[in-house]
Design a protein around this ligand. Structure first.
Ligand code: MG
Length: 391
């Protein structure tokens, strides 16, 4: 019985286990010990939490990307019989481990691209929490996944919603999808109000608990822009089939409209553990004791148009998507620099979109990029954005 149970467990590698998605994924796994086993945990720099997680979840191996912390991690884990590796190369190699069934990509930003490609090439199912991977090189990633027959299971709540609406409908044509957006903490604000916005104000998201990078992206609507591009690749849609609707209560997580005019929505209280669990357990739905939605707590669900004049990042994302080629890679790279520069209080809130826009105009456009082109474009756009941040 014990062995049978072991065999049916899904063996999971979490890339970025110490971040917001990673820690919530571990909560889901801790609540379902007979469904999931942890093979690999990795962290960029948070050695202390990685050590704690490893002692609790007993993975086969861990990776600390920051090489300078290797000794600390390996000394703490040697007596626990857990293999320890360090560096970005180790992160790319570890996903090929035979025992892994699924890789949860919960890394932040462009750093997710190469390990995700390696995991797909090694035929591991992907629970995709790193949207930047598809934004940067969606054509290459989806093509490689198709060749290797690897499922890309979305963890992003909006994309999980669309995916859940499409289960059982995969052969029925989609007319369009609506990605819902909370509007972030500055919904309804004018440009002059936004000029003086502080880091602390931008880090207070009204509905979702998330890491710092995505919280700033949500405040600038860049997150929704990246999600539009992510949706394009995940669901094989044209740019004009993807719409954004602001829904401040974050109860409806997104909608699909079919060619007969019928619409399906997925809804629930905003809790990232739900889409994480859905992706990890797919195609099963497993029990969760998450709080239930009560209609009487939400007598009104409201909808409004996104203010794309004020929040220009969303407009830039549509522009990048329509241009195709490496445009979204350039926008993403610029945004990683400007997002960080805002968090470091080097630029103002509105500078984020204006530098992103200037960077798109300056960086070299390539219509049919290879992986090396994407890698080069990412570096070029970062350099340009860094120069613009200094000016
Ligand atoms: Mg999302």
């Amino acid at each position: 019985m014990q062995n049978q149970e072991e065999e049916t467990k899904k063996h999971i590698a979490i890339l970025g286990s110490t971040g917001s998605i990673g820690t919530q994924a571990l909560e889901v796994i801790a609540a379902n010990p007979n469904k999931f086993a942890i093979e690999v945990l990795t962290s960029n720099t948070n050695a202390d939490l990685l050590i704690k997680q490893a002692i609790k979840f007993k993975p086969n191996a861990v990776v600390i990307c920051d090489v300078s912390q290797y000794n600390k991690v390996s000394e703490a884990l040697w007596s626990h019989d857990i293999k320890t590796y360090a560096g970005a190369d180790a992160l790319e190699q570890i996903v090929e481990m035979e025992e892994i069934d699924m890789v949860l990509t919960a890394l932040v930003g462009y750093a997710g691209l190469k390990p995700t490609l390696k995991a797909i090439a090694a035929k591991k199912a992907i629970a995709l929490a790193n949207k930047e991977t598809l934004v940067v090189a969606g054509d290459l990633v989806t093509e490689l996944a198709a060749i290797n027959r690897v499922p890309l299971l979305p963890v992003d709540s909006e994309h999980s919603a669309i995916f859940q609406c499409l289960v059982g409908e995969f052969h029925n044509p989609v007319e369009k999808i609506y990605l819902t957006a909370s509007g972030g903490p500055f919904r309804g604000w004018s440009k002059s109000q936004l000029e003086k916005v502080t880091r602390a104000q931008a880090l207070k998201h009204p509905n979702w608990e998330m890491g710092a990078k995505i919280t700033i992206d949500s405040a600038t609507l860049m997150n929704k822009g990246l999600e539009v591009i992510e949706a394009r690749w995940l669901f094989h849609l044209n740019p004009d089939q993807i719409d954004v609707i602001v829904h401040p209560q974050s109860i409806i997580h997104s909608l699909v409209q079919f060619t007969d005019g019928s619409m399906k929505a997925q809804m629930g209280l905003p809790d990232m553990k739900l889409p994480i669990q859905y992706a990890m357990a797919y195609p099963q739905r497993i029990y969760a004791d998450f709080p239930r939605f009560n209609f009487l707590d939400y007598p009104q669900l409201t909808f409004e148009k996104a203010d794309t004049d004020t929040f220009q990042n969303l407009t830039l994302a549509y522009e990048a998507m329509n241009m195709g080629g490496n445009a979204a890679c350039i926008l993403n790279a610029a945004n990683e620099i400007t997002n960080k520069a805002f968090l470091d209080e080097k630029i103002g809130f509105l500078d984020i979109a204006s530098i992103n826009s200037a960077c798109m105009a300056k960086a070299t456009f390539i219509q049919k990029p290879t992986l090396d082109d994407y890698i080069g474009s990412n570096s070029e756009a970062r350099r340009i954005a860094e120069e613009l941040v200094k000016q």
